[in-house]
Design a protein around this ligand. Structure first.
Ligand SMILES: *Cc1c(COP(=O)(O)O)cnc(C)c1O
Length: 373
């Protein structure tokens, strides 16, 4: 039986060559690829500065510190995201204030933000989920009206566009991630981008133990961290970045094939919605089961028996145990997010899946759903 994982990186000969070259060079950290990767990345996104870090989570932590977020502050964000986008708020002692999501895109619902703004609100941390940006015009209008910062978690949405403007260019800073399931990978890794030199310099210092700019090894001006990206990862990232448009185009083809083969089953499933005018870059292809009596986890189990990995995408952050305990969140707090968390599953999405694969996966899924019904 052929098996399908949920995600898979696409590593070519060029990447392998570049990493080997780094290994042979002996310059395994803070070498030439590091800078080249940062400069190319900034250029690709259309921002002035990019600071490579050891993970998306590390980048988000630095974005919070650089924004001056601290104890007592409230940060508005979405409960429907990967946990790192809320954890970074906790790292600096601030409070996540969740706002429910738009059921179509699974991104934060701008209409529900204003009622959550208080005197303590410092920023809106916008997570662009699944490869599509949030509805940024109303969010930017609110940020302006209440003098709030915008910080983007663009970890799932590299090169996604909103009305022609790229994810990562809407806020004071934005963070991308390169874990192997993302659209491009460095193994582990992330990138903080910004147009503000001050934020860039601070992030670069903080990732490197708070060292001052001239990199004197024993001069530590700030409480920093070791969030550096190693040179092998940077080399891998640079080559992946050179083919990112192709990587995304190939993902888009797979998404289109799912649409083609699942469309006939839209009585059983709600397919992902790409908002008109948006460029979707397909981090995952997540469908939502329509029948409320269906046990989604049972569907995932049955898919697994047929060699197909599917995953619950995503759990709502406020319902994780330590969020419940620390902040008193409970079932029913964010019903839209909770419903999608309960009935959604992500299907295999990676480069190399052919039409016959998608036809098989789609057919099996539909068959399972019909039988359970
Ligand atoms: C992947 C991801 C991150 C960061 O993940 P790392 O594993 O730390 O690189 C952050 N936020 C979201 C929404 C993500 O999907």
């Amino acid at each position: 039986m052929k098996t399908y994982s949920i995600a898979k990186p696409h590593i070519g000969e060029k990447e392998i060559k570049a990493v080997i070259e780094v290994l042979k060079s002996g310059s395994l950290s803070l070498g030439p690829y590091y800078k080249k990767f940062e400069e190319s990345f900034a250029k690709k996104i259309g921002v002035k500065f990019a600071c490579a870090v050891s993970s998306g989570t590390a980048g988000l932590h630095l974005a919070m510190i650089a924004a001056g977020v601290r104890e007592g502050d409230e940060i508005i964000t979405s409960p429907f995201s990967f946990i790192a986008s809320a954890n970074c708020i906790l790292y600096v002692g601030a409070r996540p204030v969740f706002v429910d999501i738009d059921p179509a895109t699974c991104n934060i619902d701008p209409e529900k933000i204003e009622e959550k703004i208080t005197k303590k609100t410092k920023a809106i941390l916008v997570a662009h989920i699944f490869g599509q940006t949030a509805d940024m015009d109303p969010i930017r209008a609110l940020a302006k009206k209440y003098d709030l910062k915008i910080i983007e978690d663009a970890c799932e949405s590299i090169l996604a566009e909103y009305k022609g403007k790229k994810a990562g260019t809407f806020g004071e800073s934005a963070v991308f991630a390169f874990y192997p399931n993302k659209q491009m990978t460095t193994g582990e890794g992330g990138m903080l981008v910004t147009d503000q030199e001050k934020i860039y310099k601070m992030a670069c210092s903080l990732r490197n133990q708070g060292r001052s700019e001239n990199m004197q090894w024993l001069d530590h001006r700030l409480l920093g961290y070791n969030y550096r990206m190693d040179e092998m990862s940077a080399a891998l990232g640079l080559i992946q970045l050179q083919k990112i448009d192709w990587l995304i185009e190939e993902r888009r083809k797979v998404a289109k094939l799912y649409e083609k083969h699942l469309f006939g089953h839209n009585d059983l499933l709600r397919l992902p919605v790409a908002v008109e005018g948006n460029t979707h870059t397909w981090f995952v292809y997540a469908v939502k089961i329509k029948n409320k009596k269906t046990n989604r986890n049972e569907v995932i189990e049955k898919m697994k028996n047929r060699g197909i990995s599917a995953k619950p995408y995503l759990p709502s952050i406020h319902l994780f145990k330590f969020y419940r305990e620390k902040f008193g969140f409970k079932n029913g707090d964010f019903p839209v997010s909770e419903e999608i968390s309960r009935y959604s599953l992500a299907l295999p999405l990676y480069i190399g899946l052919k039409e016959k694969d998608i036809k098989y996966i789609s057919g099996e899924l539909a068959g399972i759903l019909k039988k359970i019904k």
